[in-house]
Design a protein around this ligand. Structure first.
Ligand code: ADE
Length: 256
């Protein structure tokens, strides 16, 4: 447990070790704490006290990490960086989506509750914190425009804002992603990207009243080539993106 007088650190949550590695290397006075079968890295990053953590993959793992960050490490703000499959028209590989809100595409307690509704929450979507998301959007635009991304920079990369759908499934088929997009649209959800953790982080943050924001680099189009695009993309593109965006984000935050 961190002492009451210490400033509350901000959590930087990554889905995969490759995305986190660069951040650990930049950490000042790093301290590793193992808890709940996970490594948490405490230290200062670009002048801010932070805790770096891995969500691991899938909603349950992400919920465990998020709960531990709040309960054990006392974080009061969470920023998530990771990759996602692009579903929305014009959401292409190399683009970034900053989430406005989340829905679980695999949640279905019908006929007891409408499809996609969170039982006993009286809602289907969970909104991200507007202040943190605005900052993350600004940081993403600045990082993508920056020369410091070097060879990892995609020339025409765009930053989008919109709804992200999460589920315990890697979506990798043109037919499957078309179907998913159609079903969600029928229910009134205009999904931009799909991934496997964000909605779980959102639900835990809602339960604890902790503000959070999420950015996802688009690694694939959730189509038949998604599994082949994914691993090298994470290493070569998503990691430098995440590093640059987090640096810009923490710098912007320090000026507020
Ligand atoms: N993360 C990155 N690409 C994904 C996809 N196609 N489906 C689910 N999660 C993803």
């Amino acid at each position: 447990m961190i002492p009451d007088f210490a400033p509350s650190p901000i959590a930087i949550l990554s889905a995969l070790p490759q995305e986190q590695r660069g951040l650990i290397e930049l950490l000042h006075m790093p301290r590793k704490v193992n808890h709940a079968n996970r490594d948490f890295w405490l230290g200062d990053l670009h002048g801010q006290p932070v805790v770096l953590a891995l969500s691991k993959i899938g909603k349950v793992a992400a919920a465990t990490t998020t709960t531990a960050l709040i309960e054990r490490f006392g974080v009061r703000r969470i920023v998530f960086t990771g990759v996602a499959g692009g579903l929305g028209a014009g959401v292409e590989v190399g683009d970034v989506v900053v989430a406005t809100d989340f829905v679980q595409h695999d949640l279905d307690a019908s006929p007891l509750y409408p499809r996609y509704e969170l039982p006993l929450y009286g809602r289907t979507r969970i909104a991200c914190d507007i202040f943190l998301s605005d900052l993350l959007f600004e940081a993403s635009c600045a990082a993508l425009a920056s020369e410091s991304l070097g060879i990892h920079r995609f020339c025409n990369a765009r930053v989008h804002r919109g709804l992200i759908a999460s589920g315990d499934r890697f979506v990798c088929g043109a037919e499957e992603s078309r179907r998913l997009l159609g079903l969600m649209a029928q229910a009134g959800h205009d999904v931009q990207a799909v991934e496997m953790e964000g909605a779980a982080v959102a639900q835990v943050c809602l339960d604890y009243g902790v503000p959070f924001a999420v950015m996802r680099t688009i690694s694939d189009r959730a189509d038949d080539s998604a599994p082949f695009d994914f691993p090298s993309f994470v290493e070569k593109v998503a990691s430098p993106y995440a590093q640059n965006i987090i640096e810009a984000f923490l710098n912007l935050l320090s000026k507020k």
